[in-house]
Write a protein that binds this ligand. Structure first.
Ligand code: TXA
Ligand code: MG
Length: 315
């Protein structure tokens, strides 16, 4: 791919117009969402979607999440149902992705679904994302805006450090509030938690009024993009550390002495927001390893532990 000049667009009407123009021409624009920055392209354009995989260096065509500006727009793409109604009413716009049967006449590129009979859709809450999607008016396919296997981006600097010269533009929307990718729920059959994320399972089950089935790694067809090693910093990651070894930096949680703290007050919400940010920051120190304190396994802690486990996995 030729080296592009990556434009940094402001979050204002001119910036939104320019982004829409690039998307209409089949280009790539990274956009802020409340979870992480996404690498967006027109989901109806095969060539544009193919370029997403090329820019990320994705080893294979994993299915992508399609981002929409409204529930009505989602309903044009998927076969909606009562549970989708209930969850969308409770949590959209927000960090929740719903997987539903795709409509035959959705008009989407087949690369978006990787030939699955279902589609993942999400309506982001970030006001910049909402405005840019409304300005474009069509469905935007967007994985996280990082090279495949690397730490997800929660700021413009993260996006640029991974993708400068590989994408046409990025919109500067500041740092991401939630800091973890969306929670993915399958609704094509019984409600199933496909990926823990920025919306805790407890909140979903309260809205559903029943426990959800949980996808296990033994069933790879369900969430084909969930690779074991992911979110990997340059240095080795060691989990559940109580202190740091020679050459390591320590990523803490709770009141303690450490190099960076996910949340000194043990607040999981704050820890989620800081997770990728701190991993990026520690990665630039070129330490031999990153030791990480134990994180409790409830609420957003489940998604934080999931991402940390992948960051620590053998590569
Ligand atoms: O918060 C997020 O979800 C971010 C922002 C940019 O929206 N996006 C994101 O996309 O995390 P990505 O590509 O990094 O992860 C998408 C996940 C993959 O694990 C993929 O397997 C799953 O969504 N997925 C997509 N379509 C699916 C489908 N039809 N059935 C099951 N899983 C699907
Ligand atoms: Mg990703």
């Amino acid at each position: 791919m030729p080296d592009l000049t990556t434009e940094i667009l402001s979050a204002n009407p001119e910036g939104f117009e320019r982004a829409a123009e690039i998307w209409r021409a089949g280009g790539l624009v990274a956009l802020p969402t409340e979870t992480v920055y996404g690498l967006g392209a027109d989901a109806r354009n095969d060539l544009a979607v193919a370029r997403i995989f090329e820019a990320k260096g994705r080893p294979k065509f994993n299915p992508l999440i399609v981002h929409v500006a409204s529930i009505a727009q989602a309903q044009e793409l998927v076969i909606w149902n009562d549970l989708a109604d209930r969850l969308a009413a409770a949590f959209w716009p927000g960090p929740l992705t719903l997987v539903l049967p795709i409509k035959e006449n959705s008009g989407l590129s087949r690369l978006v679904t990787a030939e699955l009979p279902t589609l993942a859709v999400r309506m982001p809450a970030n006001p910049v994302a909402q405005k840019i999607l409304a300005t474009f008016g069509g469905p935007i396919a967007a994985p996280s805006a990082n090279p495949s296997g690397k730490i997800s981006p929660t700021s413009v600097d993260h996006v640029l450090s991974g993708l400068t010269g590989r994408i046409e533009a990025v919109i500067d929307g500041g740092t991401c509030d939630v800091g973890l990718e969306s929670t993915i729920v399958g609704l094509a059959d019984e409600p199933t938690l496909l990926r823990p994320g920025g919306l805790p399972r407890e909140a979903l089950e309260a809205a559903l009024g029943a426990p959800m089935a949980v996808h296990t790694a033994a069933d790879p067809l369900v969430a084909p993009g969930q690779m074991t090693s992911h979110y990997a910093p340059g240095a080795a990651v060691r989990l559940n550390a109580t202190s740091k070894n020679e050459g390591e930096v320590l990523l803490g949680f709770g009141p303690m002495d450490c190099d960076l703290n996910l949340s000194a007050s043990s607040d999981l919400r704050e820890a989620a927001t800081n997770l990728f940010h701190h991993l990026h920051a520690l990665d630039t120190l070129n330490a031999d390893g990153i030791a990480v304190s134990p994180i409790p396994y409830h609420g957003l802690g489940v998604a934080i532990n999931d991402r940390l486990k992948r960051a620590a996995a053998p590569r």
